[in-house]
Design a protein around this ligand. Structure first.
Ligand code: BGC
Length: 388
């Protein structure tokens, strides 16, 4: 039997009556309105090979939107949001149990670090010293290495937040772990707001000069329960340029204008409309698997969005990061069997990974990913759900 611990935070707003002189009123029962019943529940989820117990936390907002998170990889295992008829369905890919996540998950729902995306040949140099990382992807380094932040145990604590239920996930990455210099204290805060936003705040500090690029690798399928591919999802990317790559998906170093190419998502366009065009960059990527250089957004405007016409679900992305890796699940091939026995076939999910450009440690013209002792790495990303 699973043990269930429920911490319920009941936020009550007292509507105070104006007390007039000589006419004092005791607030009546109707004046006390319970505005939110935000809750975090925690259940046992399984045990890691080293004996560490993993728990699953469920965050629920006042609209019934529900986010589930586990300690392993800080993985988002489920995110239920309403469609245009108010039907709540799970819009993220994943597995029904810990076993699935331990057995070769393509980063479903996970926090990715210390460096999200690729580093050429797994090598970079800081202050004249060359560091060597795992070459775990076609001779290149991908997503932090053999045991990146997606495969470690994150300590989770519930934290009070005015906006809705919130969890703080912490992990200490030791000096030279996966070849990266410096002990890194990483903190990721997940908040589910009552505006149906999944807010992520990342911070990190180091005791030695290092490189950091943290992101979140949730695969979205807004149809709900990944019933089909994402080719009809209409994607908007607020970007005039993207980062072309070579055949092992390492940046060539130059940025390219999206204008006149299938990479122009400045107007929302269905993923399937151009993904199979004979474009050299689409061919090397096997589809969209590139970083778009985000143009500065007008204040309060999303940098990316996804609309799924059947369900009416609409996802907007806000971020402080300079780029977004739009990956449309090209490498899914039906061999990964996920929730409810669902074999995730090609393009059954899409990722919108907010981050710095790939291979930045080796590309002096790209924005820096270096973190020095005494500095705090701090980025924020919000995924906001609504319907149209
Ligand atoms: C990368 C893909 C990679 C995938 C792994 C994405 O972030 O851009 O190239 O295959 O992660 O699942």
């Amino acid at each position: 039997m699973r043990t269930l611990t429920v911490y319920t935070l009941l936020i009550c707003t007292m509507m105070s009556q104006a007390c007039k002189k000589n006419d004092e009123k005791i607030p009546a029962a109707a004046d006390t309105t319970a505005v939110a019943a935000s809750a975090v529940a925690k259940v046992a989820y399984g045990t890691l090979p080293d004996g560490q117990a993993v728990e699953e936390y469920t965050l629920k907002n006042k609209n019934g939107v529900e986010l589930k998170v586990i300690n392993y990889g800080g993985i988002v295992t489920s995110l239920k949001v309403p469609d245009k008829n108010g039907v709540l369905e799970d819009v993220v890919l994943g597995f029904d149990s810990l076993k699935g996540y331990l057995g070769g998950s393509p980063y479903f729902g996970a926090i990715v670090g210390r460096y999200g995306n690729r580093i050429a040949k797994g090598k970079f140099t800081l202050d004249g010293q060359t560091y060597t990382l795992a070459q775990n992807n076609n001779g290149q380094h991908l997503h932090g290495g053999l045991k990146g932040f997606d495969k470690v145990y994150w300590h989770i604590a519930e934290v009070p937040a005015a906006e809705g239920p919130s969890l703080k996930l912490t992990y200490t990455s030791k000096d030279m772990e996966e070849g990266y210099p410096g002990t890194l204290q990483a903190e990721v805060t997940y908040t589910l707001t009552d505006n149906n936003e999944f807010k992520i705040a990342y911070t990190a500090t180091t005791d030695k000069k290092t490189v950091v690029n943290l992101t979140q690798h949730t695969y979205f399928n807004l149809t709900g329960n990944a019933k089909r591919d994402i080719l009809d999802h209409q994607v908007m990317l607020h970007a005039d340029k993207f980062v072309p790559v070579d055949k092992v998906l390492i940046p060539t170093g130059k940025l390219k204008d999206v204008a006149g190419t299938p990479f122009d998502f400045r107007t929302a366009t269905a993923v399937g409309q151009r993904v199979n065009e004979k474009d050299e960059q689409l061919i090397v990527g096997g589809g969209y698997d590139h970083a778009w250089v985000l143009s500065p957004a007008d204040s309060g405007k999303a940098v990316a969005s996804v609309y799924e016409p059947t369900s009416g679900r609409f996802l907007e992305v806000y971020t402080t990061e300079p780029a977004i890796q739009f990956y449309c699940g090209n490498f899914l091939d039906g061999t990964v069997v996920g929730k409810q026995g669902n074999a995730y076939a090609k393009r059954f999910g899409l990722c919108l990974e907010t981050e710095h450009y790939p291979d930045s440690p080796n590309q002096p013209s790209f924005p820096s990913v270096v973190l020095n002792p005494g500095e705090t790495y701090s980025t924020q990303t919000t995924y906001k759900f609504s319907t149209k």
